[in-house]
Ligand binder design. Structure first.
Ligand code: SAM
Length: 260
């Protein structure tokens, strides 16, 4: 708890109270270097809501796997999914022990559905795919909506591509993949300052260009509008984050579909 952690810093940006002095100290340094961090977190969170709704409503998916869940912030993914599909089954995963201690909040499922949590590391996809919680909660013969939202930039190229490729191979046709990801494309100096602070805090980040992020979807069908600045991905008309600049959000997002 005396080391800053990305999950708890993100919680601080979102106005949460599940963070400690070490997290707040590094988060404040980030805010000084990149004042839009809380805006970027909100833009990202709203993409998760829209992508989840889209997978459930437009693709009829009722099984969800969310890796890099973060500290619960309502509405959480299962609340969005179960609003459209009350019987939705959701598995959450994170490697931060503090997320585990708050997992009870995530497990308050709609009575018709299921919500489960497993602590696992995204750098070990075999552990995730073989985890009993996953294999007993989700049916891998039916489509699954996979969410890697604001996660992959915490992984090296090797780690990120190994994770994505193993998961893509394991999921059946009709599954979807939602990714949001930090990028240097809009404000290279601003995000370089953030990257230095995270690296100094022991949590290096790997920002990627639009082209690099697009490679995570190789072999799957990118759904319109493709890989775009996050707030422009199927924006809700009355969303206050619609007016945020690309530089302030500094992320891309997309949803793809596994073809038959
Ligand atoms: C920026 S937060 C995003 C939270 C949530 N997905 C969202 O978009 O609101 C990144 C999350 O990824 C988790 N994370 C980072 N590295 C991870 C790893 N190697 N394995 C599992 N989770 C990880 C952090 O603990 C944190 O909760």
């Amino acid at each position: 708890m005396d080391q800053p952690h990305s999950a708890r810093m993100y919680d601080y940006y979102l106005g949460g109270i599940t963070n400690f002095p070490a997290d707040r100290e590094t988060a404040v340094k980030t805010l000084n270097a990149f004042p839009a961090a809380p805006i970027a977190a909100r833009v990202n969170r709203r993409f998760m809501h829209r992508a989840t709704r889209h997978a459930a409503a437009a693709h009829g998916i009722s099984q969800f796997l969310d890796i890099g869940t973060g500290i619960p912030t309502s509405p959480n993914l299962h609340e969005i999914a179960q609003t459209t599909a009350p019987h939705a089954r959701v598995v959450y995963t994170d490697n931060d022990p503090i997320v585990l201690t708050h997992a009870q909040a995530l497990l308050r499922s709609h009575p018709d559905g299921v919500t489960a949590y497993m602590q696992a590391d995204a750098r070990d996809p075999d552990e995730i795919l073989g985890h009993r919680t996953l294999t007993t909660t989700l049916d891998f013969t039916r489509p699954i909506a996979l969410s890697l939202v604001a996660l992959l930039h915490f992984l090296t190229n090797d780690e990120a591509h190994t994770l994505v490729e193993q998961l893509k191979a394991a999921l059946p046709a009709g599954s979807t993949l939602a990714i949001s990801h930090g990028t240097p494309d809009f404000d290279p100096d601003g995000v370089a300052r953030v990257a230095r602070i995270y690296a100094d805090a022991g949590s290096p980040i790997h920002l990627r260009t639009r082209e690099e992020i697009t490679t995570f979807f190789t072999g799957w069908e990118l759904l319109p509008p493709g890989v775009v600045p996050t707030r422009t991905w199927h924006p809700d008309p009355d969303d206050p984050t619609n007016t945020v600049t690309d530089a302030d959000a500094s992320t891309y997002a997309a949803l793809a579909h596994k073809p038959a």
